[in-house]
Design a protein around this ligand. Structure first.
Ligand code: NAD
Length: 430
């Protein structure tokens, strides 16, 4: 799903800057700065495979901007990783951290690999090898990685351990999303899906929804997709379809989400689970899921799933971007024109980085919070930023994405302007 050079994900992501510029308190110079990542490195990682063979993997780390604080952003292990994609993901992190008013800039990393083909020992060697290569570019006060697609808390634990060995001191604040016994935070595991859920609860109260009357389709049933499905289902929302890379399951009366999560945890793919008469349903492919007649569509897999080719087929009234960049700018224009409301990724999936921030604060202070405290603080932040973006959108009669970017750009712009603009420098002395 990565873009080719002909359709750059990064260039597409930057289009949001120009759309939001008119509504944001930001200087044109600052917009220009945000169009160029501050640092981008490519590394090769030699890994001795279990067979004895030596394989070289390619990895990237991009720090997009660090004006408001250290770069922050996950590490993705996926065969489709490209530098262009990592740059786009880093840019979104800059905006996301500003949307949530976290004291961070944006960064991202990725390794071109299909981790499903590696043994656990190979995966550990690769994870440690990547940190050996990028150790000089990350750190608790420079650039703080976290999990992303096909990386998890155990991998973050190995990476933190490797960084600590290199620095010869235990440094938990270098990476977030760690296992709790290694300095992780309560509530990090499901924070991305939970953050989206808290936004949806705000939408519910704005629109007076009755959960039992609202149907939801979710593409991507991994960490984020499962968490939002579980929380919505527990409130009575009808989750009618979910999918993973193997395919999906549809049931008009609503799926048994806890049973599906249990089956996934036991190692099954959804395509296989669909055939199980106790918890299954009708098999559905990913393309049909995106066009389902559900009230809410939640893309929670990878980017570029709604494009100019299929946006006209979307029948949901709301699209909630739990994945990063699932809607291209062309598709966004089509959805806008058709009156379909999109809750943008830089707000909808910001719960993950927000609890990562909580984890970093706890690591730095050595003072750990309870799960209830994490949930409460996350709920407060998600609700507050959702309301402020919703109010901005209503005030200017603009869509939620433009409003979210305007909010982010205003915060980044004020930080950049505080260092001086053209007007200041040509304007005088002393
Ligand atoms: P994950 O690896 O846990 O799950 C990804 C899911 O997507 C899996 O179920 C996989 O089978 C499915 N998938 C992959 N390719 C697919 C395809 N072609 N069609 C349908 N499903 C497909 O990853 P995750 O952590 O849940 O991340 C999902 C998305 O959420 C990504 O875009 C990620 O950048 C974004 N996100 C995650 C976090 C986080 O904290 N985990 C935070 C912010 C954003």
């Amino acid at each position: 799903m990565s873009a080719t050079a002909a359709s750059s994900v990064f260039d597409d992501a930057l289009r949001n800057l120009d759309r939001a510029f008119d509504y944001a308190d930001i200087h044109a110079e600052a917009i220009e700065r945000l169009k160029h990542p501050k640092l981008a490195i490519e590394v090769s990682i030699p890994v001795r495979m279990d067979s004895g063979e030596l394989r070289l993997f390619t990895g990237y780390r991009v720090r997009h901007d660090d004006t408001r604080g250290p770069g922050k952003g996950g590490i993705r292990f996926h065969p489709g990783v490209t530098l262009d994609e990592v740059k786009a993901l880093a840019f979104w992190m800059t905006c996301k951290c500003a949307v949530m008013n976290l004291p961070y800039g944006g960064a991202k990393g990725g390794v071109i690999v299909n981790p499903k083909e590696l043994s656990h020992m190979e995966l550990e060697r690769l994870s440690r090898g990547f940190i050996q290569r990028i150790a000089d570019f990350i750190g608790p006060d420079t650039d703080v990685p976290a999990p992303d697609v096909y990386t998890n808390s155990m991998i973050m634990g190995w990476m933190t351990d490797e960084y600590s060995k290199i620095r010869r001191q235990f440094t938990p604040a270098v990476i977030t999303g760690k296992p709790i016994p290694l300095g992780g935070s309560e509530g990090r595991e499901d924070a991305t899906g939970r953050g989206a859920y808290y936004c949806l609860k705000e939408m519910e109260s704005e629109r007076d929804w009755t959960p039992g009357g609202i149907t939801v389709a979710i593409q991507g049933f991994g960490n984020a997709g499962q968490a939002v499905a579980r929380l919505l289902a527990a409130d009575g929302y009808r989750i009618v379809a979910v999918s993973d890379s193997s395919g999906g399951i549809y049931r008009a009366s609503g799926l048994n989400i806890p049973a599906l999560i249990h089956a996934k945890e036991a190692g099954s793919h959804l395509a296989a689970i669909a055939a199980d008469p106790t918890i299954g349903g009708d098999a559905i492919d990913n393309a049909s899921l995106l066009a389902l007649d559900a009230d809410i569509l939640i893309p929670a897999a990878l980017e570029n799933v709604l494009t100019a080719d299929n946006a006209a087929q979307v029948r949901a009234r709301h699209v909630v971007e739990v994945a990063n960049g699932p809607v291209t700018s062309d598709a966004d224009a089509i959805l806008r024109q058709r009156g379909i409301q999109v809750l943008p990724d830089i707000l909808a999936n910001a719960g993950g980085v927000t609890v990562s921030y909580f984890e970093w604060v706890q690591n730095k202070s050595g003072w750990y919070w309870s799960r209830d405290q994490v949930h409460q603080r996350l709920q407060e932040r998600m609700a507050a930023e959702y309301r402020s973006i919703s109010t901005l959108a209503a005030r200017h009669d603009i869509d939620l994405r433009t409003a979210a970017y305007a909010q982010a750009l205003g915060r980044i712009g004020r930080a950049l302007t505080a260092q001086g603009t053209r007007e200041y420098f040509i304007g005088g002395k002393g």
